[in-house]
Ligand binder design. Structure first.
Ligand code: NDP
Length: 485
């Protein structure tokens, strides 16, 4: 046995991860793939790498030092279960099986429970950063037992991205905690992308600037508080000219955004936890709306302001620079809301599933390697360092100041979008969430009254203890009631 770590599944993600592992001092990497050709290709293409190829699970297990540790990078779902079963056959108590695929956290909880019964450790690890991240340094979000972290920690630290000298990996929490956090990461990514897209759309329709000119706006933003990978690549995409037509590429790409489902998972989970992740939900739904051409086709002539540029009804902007600055501030404020909601979901998930998750540590491991990497995450880390139990992230002093600064601009932009008939679902829902949080009284009182009317769901009063019900179909007096909220 010569290898200290193994990789099962040598498609693009697995082979890149194996190469990353092999390139770090001290690692020898056992590699196995169901079909032999991928293993042969990998070892032939990288003779310099310290690979120990295996062609059966027995050989793979024999090539690993104990406690054995292997990372699975195969198709999520049944293939992952099949590989876990095979590894359980050849591994021993104390060994570690890591699933690095995009598993749903509830699958990870189930798998961890089943594998633990054999005495083997199971770690669900979210790995972000795509192919390039896997090769050069991803952000890694491992769950699993403390025991497995002892062996795995140094290995994962050796391959993770590095942000300000710190590796972008932390032991997130037990069983499904890592995949849960990865799921929310992806949800936040959806919101971030949608907000950027809305900002682009408003600038384009408001100022008539070309995509190439707007690319310069984003490049400029990328030097300030919005600095992030997504802003950076937005400038790249907007700058791109289509070779076939000579038009901006963004104008020839069909306006339908796809999704692989992690955004939907984040929203579904938030719904069952009762966490309002409205920015993430709107971003997910915006992709759904875009992907229904038949509905959009029959709706095109619905009444409303003309949305084509250059018409009198469209967005009228007198001072383009001031408008762009407003959009920037609205984007920043909405982004704060989206992250605050995402961290709220992690907090609620930790409470529900009994995980101890250090939210500041999570924000730090997202600073490099992953898609939402950004300067901004340092501010989140600072907020949790100052107050680890912060109930609402956006109430941290730094964000309060930023939101205060963005206020006017944020409201002007949402009003302008509504007035001009430009959809800005993530901008406007973020603002509504913010105002909902701030509100001294919400019309929820009326909703609760309605619930009591038709379903005797009872209500509480602002002026005394207890639970009450009005006899709506009787003489409408109020009685004390059992709490059926
Ligand atoms: P794929 O998801 O395309 O999976 C292909 C691999 O799965 C091959 O090695 C294949 O083996 C193996 N496989 C499929 N079925 C079985 C089975 N029944 N038993 C054993 N092996 C099987 O590979 P990717 O590299 O694209 O992704 C790997 C994982 O990483 C996935 O879970 C994916 O969701 C995740 N991922 C994560 C990304 C990220 O940014 N974090 C980006 C992309 C993927 P064979 O060669 O024999 O067919």
């Amino acid at each position: 046995a010569t290898a200290n770590i193994g990789v099962v599944g040598l498609a693009v993600m697995g082979s890149n991860l194996a190469r990353n592992l092999a390139s770090r001092e001290g690692n020898t990497v056992a590699v196995y793939n169901r079909s032999r050709s991928k293993t042969d290709e990998l070892t032939a293409a990288h003779p310099e790498a310290e690979f120990v190829p295996a062609f059966s699970y027995e050989e793979f297990a024999a090539s690993l030092q104990k406690p054995r540790a292997a990372i699975i990078m195969v198709k999520a779902g049944r293939p992952t279960d099949a590989v876990i079963d095979s590894l359980v056959e050849v591994f021993e108590p104390g060994d570690i099986i890591v699933d690095g695929g995009n598993a749903l956290f509830t699958d990870t909880i189930r798998r961890e429970k089943a594998v633990r019964e054999t005495g083997i450790n199971f770690v669900g690890a979210g790995i972000s950063g795509g192919e390039e991240g896997a090769l050069n340094g991803p952000s890694i979000m491992p769950g699993g037992s403390d025991e497995s972290w002892v062996t795995l920690g140094p290995i994962l630290k050796s391959i993770a991205a590095v942000a300000e000298g710190e590796p972008c990996v932390t032991h997130v929490g037990h069983d499904g905690a890592g995949h849960f956090v990865k799921m929310v990461h992806n949800g936040i990514e959806y919101a971030d992308m949608q907000l950027i897209a809305e900002a682009y759309d408003l600038i384009r329709r408001g100022t008539g600037k070309t995509p190439a000119e707007i690319a310069e706006v984003f490049a400029e933003w990328n030097t300030g508080e919005l600095e992030s990978y997504l802003i950076e690549i937005t400038a790249e995409v907007l700058r791109q000219v289509d070779a076939a037509t000579g038009r901006p590429l963004v104008d020839v790409i069909l306006d339908q955004a796809g999704a692989k489902g992690t955004g939907a998972w984040t929203v579904q989970t938030a719904l069952s936890l009762g966490v309002p992740v409205s920015g993430i939900a709107e971003a997910t739904f915006a992709r759904s709306l875009s992907s229904h051409p038949e509905q959009r086709e029959v709706s095109r002539d619905l009444p409303g302001p003309s949305t084509s540029s250059g018409t009198e009804e469209g967005l009228t902007v007198d001072d383009a620079d001031a408008f762009i600055e407003d959009v920037r501030l609205a984007l920043y404020a909405s982004k704060i809301v989206a992250y605050s909601q995402g961290f709220d979901e992690i907090r609620a998930g930790a409470a529900e599933y009994d995980w101890t998750i250090d939210l500041g540590a999570v924000s730090k491991i997202w600073r490099a390697g992953c898609i939402i990497r950004a300067q901004f995450l340092n501010r989140i880390a600072d907020a949790y360092a100052a107050e680890p139990e912060l109930p609402v992230l956006l109430t941290a002093p730094y964000f309060v100041e930023a939101l205060g600064r963005a206020q006017g601009a944020w409201r002007r932009i949402v009003s302008a979008a509504a007035g001009a008939g430009i959809p800005a679902p993530a901008f406007s829902s973020s603002l509504s969430y913010y105002d909902g949080l701030r509100a001294e009284r919400l019309p929820a009182a009326l909703v609760q009254g309605q619930r009591d009317f038709f379903g005797a769901h009872t209500y509480k009063r602002i002026d005394k203890e207890g639970t009450f019900h009005t006899l709506w179909s009787g003489d409408r007096t109020e009685i004390e009631a059992e709490d059926t909220h």
